[in-house]
Ligand binder design. Structure first.
Ligand code: 13P
Ligand code: ZN
Length: 280
């Protein structure tokens, strides 16, 4: 039974007021603002998903089935009855920073894992639809659950400095890209010891980019999508952002050195070995 529209609206308002969700909306606002200030979120660039299933009782989840229903082209059986905060497609991170609830939606995955329901936070707006990268987010979120990973967040942004590197012939391989990034700052190896996975140019929003990303995120916390951007996982949005920020720092140091007309030295093999031996 669908029940009356007022009770549905009250339910969706209550959801966004839920005590566990409110702090996450605060984190969304903070990270959206950083992405905008870094210049990594022009127009509608960037998106995220946060697994918030643990905030809900089983009986609460039943009510999501009353909301608009969209079939998925592929099933995600291990996501059955999970719920995510997902950025809205076409929304701006700078607007997200000011009013997160109006620029994201709750995506509830059906019992079979083959469809989703959406709930939006602003009853006056048309439904906010989830990001066009939803298939990649769901594939990665499913993999995190299958691996019982503590990570609950998937974050995509157009990290300018890393995109620039993927335009340069010396960095067309994962090995050369990571070797350079590790060499530019000691903390890059410390905090991103597995380096970044590199995905050759693939059309955004497709199953192909989802499959390639999934394979790389099996043993990396972050991937670089050639000529497009990055996707990172983290326990919180801030963790995922930090990974992007650290890699961007290394990339900036490299580009800054190159802008002098000289080649950066990089950390030596023995300096890198010392970091590995001391911290890993
Ligand atoms: P969405 O607005 O659909 O999230 O797309 C942004 C983006 O960066 C696509 O790669
Ligand atoms: Zn993008």
């Amino acid at each position: 039974m669908i029940g009356n529209i007022d009770s549905l609206l009250n339910f969706s308002n209550d959801l966004f007021q839920k005590k566990e969700i409110k702090p996450v909306l605060g984190q969304v606002a903070g990270v959206a603002q950083y992405l905008w200030e870094r210049g990594w979120a022009e127009r509608n660039a960037g998106n995220f998903s946060v697994n918030i299933t643990s905030f809900f009782q089983d009986r609460e989840l039943d009510r999501f089935a009353l909301y608009p229903f969209f079939p998925l082209t592929k099933g995600y059986p291990d996501l059955s009855r999970t719920i995510f905060l997902v950025s809205g497609t076409g929304t701006r991170m700078r607007d997200m920073a000011a009013s997160p609830a109006e620029n994201l939606c709750l995506v509830y995955i059906s019992d079979t894992g083959s469809a989703y329901h959406i709930v939006t936070g602003n009853p006056d707006c048309e439904y906010v639809k989830p990001t066009s990268e939803l298939v990649t987010h769901l594939a990665v979120q499913q993999q995190l659950l299958q691996k019982k990973s503590p990570e609950k967040v998937v974050l995509h942004a157009h990290v300018t400095e890393l995109i620039a590197l993927t335009q340069l012939p010396p960095f067309k391989t994962e090995e050369s890209l990571n070797a350079m990034l590790w060499g530019m700052h000691p903390e890059t190896l410390l905090f991103v010891p597995a380096g970044a996975g590199l995905i050759p140019y693939t059309l955004a929003g497709t199953e192909q980019i989802a499959t390639a990303t999934l394979a790389k995120l099996d043993h990396h916390k972050v991937v670089v999508w050639e000529k497009h951007g990055c996707m990172a996982v983290g326990q919180t949005l801030a963790d995922a952002f930090d990974i992007l920020d650290i890699l961007a720092k290394s990339a900036r140091i490299y580009l800054l050195c190159k802008s002098t007309g000289m080649e950066p030295e990089g950390l030596t093999e023995s300096q890198l070995a010392e970091i590995r031996a001391t911290f890993h």
